[in-house]
Design a protein around this ligand. Structure first.
Ligand SMILES: [Mn+2]
Length: 306
């Protein structure tokens, strides 16, 4: 049986937009959870950080997951939240409590109450999220579908349902390991180091020496063509080929979030749909209504303003 899925992008604490999007998609709250007569939701992760109503977002999403009207994958912000709260056994935490990391996570910690029962419940739920979902005709991941990284994590870090186990989370945080790189690729997307001397400022004003890759773009065969967000600076980039295994060339549609796209929502290709259109930066919260098709259509995108 083909399931009908409404796939929803990064929410980042914008509960008001989430409520309006669910209403637009004909979900109604009944017995504590949003439900639809013939469809269910897949959330792409990044429920928290930045936005004003993160606790309410978690209430809605967790209620749906508990009622079986939604499934969800882990975003890098949930991965970060787990690392922030997990001692590293050497007096620190898996994710360093640096000023930059604290700033990124402060709104969540303030809203939920750091160390509170609600915080612990949220962490337990984050830990229960799989890193990706393979739904047969549809593939779901927060940032990048990458078979080699999936195999690497599955071998040593994940349980049979694709969720980090305790030791797996530690391994994925150990800098320099294949598991660390694999978690980065799946949850944050593959990056390439810019030629020496080159850098750019990202959306938060941080200086970056790596560029994200347009891994979903079959035409992006060189680093010059594949560097995301540097399309106006291609002459500065290397013309070296991107390894074929870094490009998604399969026929099964893949949906993901993470990339802070702007403007009117549209597909990246007939088999790739990024559903993060920056609701946390004044953009829109976006869903794709999937009913089993193998060729995606812009007609199935639905969105609400922030
Ligand atoms: Mn993200």
């Amino acid at each position: 049986m083909i399931k009908n899925y409404d796939v929803i992008g990064d929410i980042h604490g914008h509960a008001d937009a989430l409520h309006r999007l669910l209403a637009r998609l004909d979900y109604r709250e009944r017995d504590g959870a949003h439900r639809h007569a013939s469809r269910s939701v897949i959330f792409l992760g990044d429920f928290i950080d930045r936005g004003p109503e993160q606790v309410e977002v978690l209430r809605v999403v967790r209620a749906m997951a508990g009622a079986g009207t939604a499934r969800a994958v882990m975003g890098n912000h949930e991965f970060n939240a787990l690392g922030w709260a997990t001692p590293d056994g050497a007096g620190g935490f898996l994710r360093s409590h640096s000023e930059k990391n604290e700033k990124q996570h402060a709104a969540f910690l303030a809203q939920i109450g750091e160390g509170s029962r609600g915080h612990h419940e949220a962490l337990a739920w984050f830990a229960s999220l799989p890193v990706w979902l393979d739904l047969g005709g549809l593939r779901i991941v927060h940032a990048c579908w990458h078979a080699a990284s999936q195999a690497c994590l599955a071998a040593t870090c994940l349980d049979s349902a694709g969720r980090f186990h305790g030791e797996g989370l530690r391994k994925a945080y150990r800098s320099g390991t294949p598991e660390h790189l694999a978690a980065d690729v799946l949850l944050k997307g593959p990056e390439v180091r810019l030629p020496s001397g080159h850098s750019f400022r990202d959306k938060d004003g941080h200086t970056r020496h790596e560029a994200r890759l347009r891994w979903w773009d079959r035409e992006a065969t060189t680093f010059r063509l594949a560097a995301l967000g540097l399309e106006d600076r291609r002459s500065e980039l290397l013309d070296d080929p991107v390894p074929a295994e870094c490009r998604y060339e399969e026929a099964i549609p893949v949906m993901f979030g993470h990339y802070w796209l702007s403007g009117r929502p549209q597909l990246l290709s007939p088999t790739a749909s990024c559903l993060d259109f920056s609701v946390a930066k004044g953009g829109v919260l976006t869903a794709y209504r999937w009913s089993g098709e193998s060729v995606l259509s812009n007609d199935n995108l639905v969105w609400v303003a922030a």
